[in-house]
Design a protein around this ligand. Sequence first.
Ligand code: G6P
Length: 501
Amino acid sequence: ADFDRLLSAAGDGLVVASNRQPYRHDYGDDGEVTVDRPAGGLTAGLDEVMRRVDGTWIAWGDGEADAAVVDGDDTVAVPPDGDAGGTYTLRRLWLDGDEVQGYYYELSNQVLWPLCHAALATVESCGDAWADYRRVNEQFADAMAAAATDADGDPLVWLHDYHLALAPRQLRERAGAGPTLAHTWHIPWPSWDTFRACPNRDALLDGLLGNDLLVFHVPRYCENFLRSADRGLDGAAVDVDAGTVEYRGRTTTVRAAPMGVPADRIREQAGSAEAAGFRAAFRKNRGIDRDTRLAVGVDRLDYTKGVVQRLDAFERLFADNPRYRGELTFVQIGTESRSAIPAYADYQERVEAAVDRVNDRFATDDWRPVVYTTDMISNEGLAGLYREADLGVVSPVRDGMNLVAQEYVAAGADDPGVLVLSDQAGVHDTLGEWAVSVRPHDTNGFAAALDDALSMPERERRRRANALADGIEDDDLDSWLADVLSAVAGVASADGGVPTR
Ligand code: G6P
């Protein structure tokens, strides 16, 4: 895709804003700087985009506590030296401890996250957190307005996710009609019947309707948003078929664009010498025989990811089908996430307990049914593991999109592997037809689906794997970016008004 052309049709430059930064810098006492990359599909995917499109990315600069070090050091060029591709500017916002608590831990991750994933019983009451959320959104709006002013002409400002729902309206108040504002919401938008439980729901809708374009991963979420705006906001004129909301003198266009992965790069990584070395070493170090079949799951340790339900299903599979004992190992890679939140810490414990339970029940002297690790694994190692696995198991109880399913397909399992996929993931809307679908809470059905997937004849596996590979190549990361940018160009050329596609 011709990004420069699409980008210049959309605006004069690109300013991206997300809560999470793509690189985290730690400044040692001796002046040494170490850089690492946080977990999560959003930042990894957007970083790929930004390497190709020179611009500014604004994010919370977590990690660097020492004010003396960070003073006057709020921008850096990334990726760090040595990485492939171009560089761009990362501008960090330094938040204090109370702001992080209220804005990130409480409002974003204990109210909006569970609410949007339809887990109302997990939503925590919020008091002052709302004021922190508003204030931090204002800091983002200030930074975006400054970056937009520094850019030539009227740039495209592209916001991301549920941490920044108020910022579009706040930015509009600061920057006027000039910049084009687009916002991608990477998690589900729930039905009105769920969303109506949201504290401050009017302000959230109003904030998001400061955008020219609002993008979700799948049409279901667009429809839920449009109906929420229709039911929730007096004075909003909503056209569900056209995907538009007119409110406070401005039209917001609502579109679906499913995010993809850099399929070519992942395939290359999976075929690298490092990947091959990792595969062999992983089996050896974890005591997995060379001819034991593998199923693999890779997740942030988040209660939406369905890891506990997945372990229940494997337990049932081994209980009902003794022929898999000694012949199949389920490898679960977990990444610790948001551990300061009790619901997350509890979840990590529940996962560990479920792993121990299954292993205690079935393990023998030379075989373990479940291998579980939270070790950091390189991209090459992970791609290698995907290629090694007969099954890729992606079974969230609710998930905006899910890029792991696509990464598994992109890596291209040797023996064509089978994707076992929850119908609750956004990506099921695009890939579900060629996956083996599961409902994560239906333990018996899930176990039967694992059995089906493990006994599927090679011809059928190949047929599905080819269709899946075509699907993720057609809808890869570049095509997602092109979709978003052409939707932006459509609203920009219509002068903030009529949708053109
Ligand atoms: C999800 C969200 C992202 C977030 C990521 C990791 O993918 O959509 O916005 O960055 O989880 O979570 P964290 O809280 O560590 O940023």
